[in-house]
Design a protein around this ligand. Sequence first.
Ligand code: F6P
Length: 545
Amino acid sequence: MTVDPTTTPAWERLTDLAAAGTPDLRTAFDEDPARAERLTFDAGDLHVDLSKNLVDDSVLGALVDLARAVGLEERRDAMLAGEHINVTEDRAVLHTALRQPPGAQLEVDGQDAVGDVHAVLQRVYAFAEQVRSGQWRGATGERIRTVVNIGIGGSDLGPVMAYEALKPYRQDGIECRFISNIDPTDAAEKLSGLDPATTLFIVASKTFGTLETLTNARLCRSWLLDGLDQAPGAVARHFVAVSTALDKVEAFGIDPANAFGFWDWVGGRYSVDSAIGTSLVIAIGPERFAEFLAGFHTIDDHFRELPLERNVPALMGLLNIWYVNFLGAQTHAVLPYAQSLHRFAAYLQQLTMESNGKGVRWDGSPVTTDTGEVFWGEPGTNGQHAFYQLIHQGTRLIPCDFIAVANPAYPLQDGDVDVHELFLANFFAQTKALAFGKTADEVRAEGTPEEIVPARVFTGNRPTTSIMAPELSPSVLGQLIALYEHITFTQGVIWGIDSFDQWGVELGKQLAQQITPAVAGDDAAIAQQDPSTRALIDYYRRHRP
Ligand code: F6P
């Protein structure tokens, strides 16, 4: 039973509140000196300041009422209990089981989910230890120096993002590389300079049917065998796999003993904390990976236990609803002030947009509101010198999440100046400027000629959420990811959509298969194409030597 959010009294209230005008942040802070304190919440190690958002108690109250009216809490509990809330694929949605501590009870379709998770984790950990210690040897007896993860989407974005984020925790002497794109440039560049004798490939694919991944896996297998003079047993020593389709792994020629499974109740974009993270386990070690998982679990507990009024993922999801459905925001920027998080926005793009880019509800009826906003971002301060102009003075409303840590990975001094402090000063300055702006009088007071005063005014009232943590540890990274997973879930529940399928990626895949013969010059296949596609293929064929 799904409730159309637009039919609830809370929706009507929110519509009226938006029409009445959003709170002015300067006034809101002047009138309520406790605003920052009241609207700042801790979730695990995450310290989340919501006070610079365009809300007051009436808006927040109505948002929470909306969540209750559509059954957010019930839906959350159904997800955590393993009910088949992924309706179009008739599956449970249990990425949260991946980070349950050993011994926790959770049966999914008659299976001991947590027991199964830990059985696989132990195998992944044992394997990773062998690679890290040098006990695992390649076909010629050499130890592994490079691990190449071959995967795409959720089988790539999470591992690469976390590998970058947790650089200070990596073991020296083992490098990870990631091949994802079917553009042969990717494989060519990532294999460049590698020695097959010291390279281990992890083929990561939930379905083990993804064109890009299987093509790249075959390319890498040929590269390996050519480089090792077709040494017998080379594939078994240099290829492992992670998949839910272990039969296909075996058919590819990978020893089942070197395959790590997971389950159809883990969506690809929710799988970095499954065996899909094997490259990360090798890089940072089982102990640190266990801390990463514990971080996720901390936020899962918070999301499950806290009332909506203090539930950070729920509140952040509801704020996004406010901006998208009532204030017309079309995008949302995520701006980490941590260079190590430079792939975080790319990771979030799959998490949020593959989840909530939907136009029909759970029951197949059309959605009744706008859904999934566009997520994007770059680390600060780089973004400040690129696109912040538009956020500060453009005509569009762009809610932003700023993320920073108190302790840098690399504390460096520039003379007397602590460079991380300089960096953080920018973080604080940007959120302040966005919230409070600069009035015409303040601009004039600086002696600005009257004719350019308008161009130098900052209207302010541009909403931001500030997320801080002590440091970018494996646990904190796990907490951040889980936070955004549950934000995404909250929004999906309000909109009444299935956030866990991704049928929208299928048509392009099917057409690519049909078009491949046309690209290769098959006249009949070319004739079947529309005039534009035909002309593009023709252009390609004329320019190929
Ligand atoms: O095509 C989209 C998608 O199915 C994603 O959801 C998934 O993360 C990615 O492809 C890779 O899929 P797989 O892990 O099965 O290779």
